[in-house]
Design a protein around this ligand. Structure first.
Ligand SMILES: Nc1nc2c(ncn2[C@@H]2O[C@H](COP(=O)(O)OP(=O)(O)O)[C@@H](O)[C@H]2O)c(=O)[nH]1
Ligand SMILES: [Mg+2]
Length: 194
């Protein structure tokens, strides 16, 4: 049953892969970025991805390119923007471990830096709360408050035309993955029009 659902959803997802999109997944180490990318590529959880650097993963499917980077150390926002986020047509996905209070608080300042950055602030931003399968995790509402992003107004269609949202996912039980892909699909259409 589980497998059938997964493949059915992948077929829906194929429409998205015909569109042209650049997606950069960032977040602190251990957020679940590599696991998610691997799940998207293979449909399973084993974390063996084509790694171009220890802290960076990348794959292209159809016309959609995904890259994942650990934030921190030398991989700061300025570095990311210069190297990997060429324009406001790149969708930034910021992954936050919803089970880890300290990393949520650390992510909060990174997210606010992105939102106020003169280069990155115009890019669509999807925040992902990961690991919702874990018993002790902060739910979407809690996470929105902890990250202090409610005041920006969340959604695909915001007055300023720049999508900003927070969705919850689990790579382990695959909850939220399809909603995430639908969000990325719709976001791609919106930024194409801008
Ligand atoms: N419970 C749970 N653990 C996860 C999930 N995704 C990743 N992990 C675990 O979190 C740890 C870090 O994952 P990884 O993908 O390497 O994070 P990255 O540093 O952001 O690339 C690993 O032990 C994963 O098995 C998830 O959806 N649920
Ligand atoms: Mg990784």
């Amino acid at each position: 049953m589980f497998i059938v659902d997964w493949f059915y959803n992948i077929f829906l997802w194929l429409g998205f892969f015909k569109k042209e999109a650049k997606i950069v997944i960032i977040g602190l180490g251990n957020a679940g970025k590599t696991t998610l990318l691997h799940l998207l590529v293979t449909g399973n959880l084993k974390t063996h991805t084509p790694t171009i650097r220890p802290n960076a993963d990348s794959f292209t499917f159809g016309n959609v390119n995904f890259k994942a980077y650990d934030l921190g150390g030398q991989n700061n926002l300025r570095f990311l923007w210069k190297q990997y986020i060429p324009d406001n047509k790149t969708i930034i996905v910021f992954m936050v471990d919803s089970t880890d209070y300290n990393s949520i608080i650390e992510s909060k300042s990174e997210i606010h830096d992105i939102l106020s950055d003169e280069n990155l602030g115009e890019s669509p931003l999807l925040i992902l709360g990961s690991k919702t399968d874990a018993q002790a995790h902060y739910n979407r509402e809690n996470l929105i408050d902890l990250l202090d992003i409610r005041r920006f107004g969340l959604g695909l269609n915001r007055p300023n035309g720049v999508p900003l949202d927070l969705l919850m996912i689990s790579s382990v039980n695959k909850n939220g993955i399809v909603d995430m892909l639908n969000w990325l699909d719709k976001c791609t259409d919106i930024i194409k029009k801008n």
